[in-house]
Ligand binder design. Sequence first.
Ligand SMILES: [Zn+2]
Length: 90
Amino acid sequence: MSGRTIVGYRYGRDEALYCSSCIRDLFVPYELVGQAAWTAEDILDHIAADLGLDRQDERVSSYHFPQPLQRADLMSHESCDLCGQRLTAA
Ligand SMILES: [Zn+2]
């Protein structure tokens, strides 16, 4: 397992933690609701492009746009603030 696997996202004023599934549900736009094959990353890339946001830009903070978290970014036993799923799964 790679330490670069995205295990969740940090997002919003409270810096809440979200699993990929919840961030996908929060951000999936109407025109893509039926696109089950799209991952959270696909969706976020799509939305960032629509907004003219560069996700690699360090000025784009988790306050404004979900920031992917890798295993190495997490403390142990952190979980999604929405559904409670542990964020250690690949
Ligand atoms: Zn969740």
